[in-house]
Structure formats: C-alpha cells, structure tokens
Design a protein around this ligand. Structure first.
Ligand SMILES: [Zn+2]
Length: 44
C-alpha cells in the first residue's frame, strides 16, 4: 500500500518544450515564464 504517497509526474511546457518533474502542475515555466502552459507529459 502506498497510502499518502502522491505520484510524481512529468509536466511539459507547451510554449517552449521545457519539462519538469513534480507532484503538482507548475504554475509558471522557469524557462520561458509562460503561465498555465504546462500539460502532463508522463506519469511516474
Ligand atoms: Zn516554457
């Protein structure tokens, strides 16, 4: 059982292609500073 564990996911910025791993969706891209451009690319 993995109760309490939040799955990591890979998020991809649709504006510049930057990928970032995290538990929740990044608000802002660290590379191009676009907001709300991240989409889930992969579940880990
Ligand atoms: Zn970006």
């Amino acid at each position: 059982m993995n109760r309490g564990w939040t799955k990591m996911a890979v998020w991809k910025c649709e504006a510049c292609g930057e990928t970032k791993e995290g538990r929740c969706k990044p608000q802002k891209c660290p590379k191009c500073e676009a907001k709300g451009q991240f989409v889930k690319a992969e579940e880990k």
